[in-house]
Design a binder for this molecule. Structure first.
Ligand SMILES: NC(=O)C1=CN([C@@H]2O[C@H](COP(=O)(O)OP(=O)(O)OC[C@H]3O[C@@H](n4cnc5c(N)ncnc54)[C@H](OP(=O)(O)O)[C@@H]3O)[C@@H](O)[C@H]2O)[C@@H](O)CC1
Ligand SMILES: Nc1ncnc2c1ncn2[C@@H]1O[C@H](COP(=O)(O)OP(=O)(O)O)[C@@H](O)[C@H]1O
Ligand SMILES: [K+]
Length: 505
């Protein structure tokens, strides 16, 4: 699924209107219906609903929604904020459509906003994608009053004041929505952690925008949905054998962190790899052989740390390296040898990233390799330097992938996968139960397994991150997010793959 800019969204609206021969008021009515459809499922008609409308089409949506909710017996009070002498045409059409008994309150001073109790519902229709400067003055005051009211706020299309595809200037007020209901496609702003407290829980409702326009629109930003990964999921063949599903090598674990190797290995085996060899420091041998009997185990000559590569490194189809390895000098040397010798794809995680990030010499060896990095935000900064905000982080992600021709799965709530072409794919599965030690090690195992099975590096990243998050979403149903462990996530990988291959009702 593509992510469009605010400007492209306006073009999509205009294109749909032309192509379907409908009026812009008709499209607004569709948007308002889609919004109220969601609202009715969430809130009871007994709720008091206060709808705050700005001067543009977002305000028009608010007025239409106020009318539709009134028809469905909600107790609705519309408010028109500020000077609307230059309001949009569709705003004015919907103002006229308000029934007699639904008279709006004109807010010309912040004091005209009533004291709202915790039980009140606010619909925020002040500004949408037409926002063109930070919100200050009366509108800013109204937003601050709503934010501090304790009422449950639902924003139409986007929280008012939030820029949808660039950094919002500090002086601008932004609605802190509990829910955001957006039209047709998600907005980039929703996917960035810095906006969590403004966007709240977000949903996208369809309004029938032209699929042709969306398909042809130029964008480097995507959201990965289930149907996207199902398109490239490879079925298991009846007459196949383990040799066809790849032989992976995991270089993981260190003294006190052998669990990282166990988790990566278990996740790798649960993601379809044909054969798995794990090389661990000597101290890890009995642990691996006991905890993961399906994996073959090699030992390093070093008791505690990774210090050497297996002799026949070229027999492996893919190498996953990093979880639990530490940053000893001997380990750094081994990583240098790995980058210098193998032409096979490598998945680098955790301390493998920290080691590469700290060495310009190793960075110089990254070019023209088949590499996937899976950093969390701190590890990413060790690769690219300090970042200013989420937009800056995304820019660095694109530049790093383009410069080195590599893939980076930048982990987070919506893990962002950067590609050498400068594209970014945001993931849509997963939950805060994943915020616990070891889940990243499991992801390394999953992605390594998929590369071993000849998925392209892009497919392996997108499918791997998606299925890892899906496993966590399925685990949520049985263990919840507080108690979830990395092992729970791995234990739910089978159901997650089943869910993709044989969609459950
Ligand atoms: N197009 C369609 O058919 C459909 C559109 N839809 C809906 O329309 C929304 C987009 O509507 P929109 O383009 O009218 O812009 P909107 O966000 O209401 O704001 C523009 C107004 O705000 C003003 N203004 C801007 N910034 C300001 C500031 N900081 N402080 C103060 N004023 C500011 C600006 O005034 P000006 O810049 O001229 O002073 C102008 O009056 C979209 O999000 C969706 O909800 C759906 O119904 C589907 C069909
Ligand atoms: N709040 C969250 N919502 C969804 N996914 C999350 C959240 N927090 C962490 N994750 C996911 O959990 C994993 C954590 O990886 P990482 O930080 O490397 O952990 P570790 O090194 O302990 O294994 C990543 O896949 C990340 O995307
Ligand atoms: K809004």
């Amino acid at each position: 699924m593509k992510i469009l800019t605010a400007a492209q969204t306006r073009e999509a609206d205009a294109y749909t209107i032309r192509e379907e021969g409908i009026s812009s008021t008709d499209l607004m009515e569709r948007a308002a219906k889609a919004f109220t459809g969601w609202f009715e499922n969430k809130f009871q008609p007994s709720e008091e609903v206060h709808v705050f409308c700005g001067p543009g089409n977002n305000g028009g949506d608010g007025l239409a929604a106020a009318r539709l909710l009134h028809e469905r017996k909600y107790k609705v009070q519309p408010y028109i904020v500020g000077d609307v002498s230059k309001a949009s045409d569709d705003f004015n059409v919907n103002l006229k459509r308000l029934p007699q008994e639904l008279q709006p309150i004109h807010v010309e001073q912040p004091s005209a906003v009533p004291e709202l109790t915790d039980t009140a519902c606010v619909v925020d229709a002040l500004f949408g994608t037409g926002l063109n400067r930070p919100v200050t003055g009366l509108y800013g005051e109204v937003i601050r009053k709503l934010n501090s009211s304790g009422a449950t706020i639902t924003s139409i299309d986007i929280p008012s004041g939030l820029y949808s595809d660039s950094q919002t200037p500090e002086e601008g007020a932004i609605t802190r929505a509990n829910y955001t209901i957006s039209f047709e496609l998600p907005k980039l702003a929703f996917l960035l952690p810095q906006h969590e407290n403004f966007v709240g829980e977000w949903h996208v409702v369809p309004i029938g925008l032209s699929q042709k326009f969306i398909a042809e629109a130029k964008s480097d930003l995507y959201c990965t949905k289930q149907e996207d990964v199902q398109q490239f999921l490879k079925p298991r063949k009846k007459f196949s054998h383990k040799g066809l599903y790849g032989h992976a090598l995991l270089l993981c674990g260190g003294y006190g962190k052998m669990g990282a190797a166990v988790l990566a290995a278990r996740a790798c085996l649960r993601s379809g790899i044909g054969l798995l060899t794990v090389q661990v420091p000597q101290a890890g041998y009995p642990i691996l052989q006991t905890a993961v009997p399906e994996a073959m185990t090699l030992t390093d000559k070093n008791r505690k740390h990774l210090s050497e590569l297996p002799l026949e490194i070229d027999k492996f189809d893919v190498i996953g390296i990093g979880p639990g390895i530490g940053t000893e000098r001997v380990t750094k040397t081994a990583i240098g040898q790995l980058l210098a010798t193998t032409s096979h794809p490598i998945v680098l995680d955790a301390d493998a990233i920290n080691i590469v990030g700290a060495s310009e010499k190793l960075k110089a060896q990254l070019f023209k390799k088949k590499l996937i990095f899976t950093p969390h935000p701190k590890e990413f900064e060790r690769l690219v330097g300090k970042v200013k905000n989420d937009y800056d982080r995304m820019q660095h992600l694109r530049e790093f992938c383009q410069e080195y021709g590599c893939y980076v799965a930048l982990k987070g709530s919506h893990t962002a996968i950067g590609t050498p072409e400068g594209k970014v794919h945001f993931n849509t599965t997963g939950n805060a139960g994943l915020a616990t030690g070891g889940t990243g090690d499991a992801l390394t195992g999953v992605i390594t397994a998929l590369v071993g099975q000849k998925y392209t590096l892009e497919e392996a990243c997108r499918l791997g991150v998606f299925v890892h998050g899906l496993a966590a979403d399925l685990a949520l149903q049985t263990v919840g997010d507080i108690a979830m462990t990395a092992s729970d996530v791995i234990d739910h990988l089978p159901r997650a793959f089943l869910h993709l291959t044989q969609p459950l009702p």
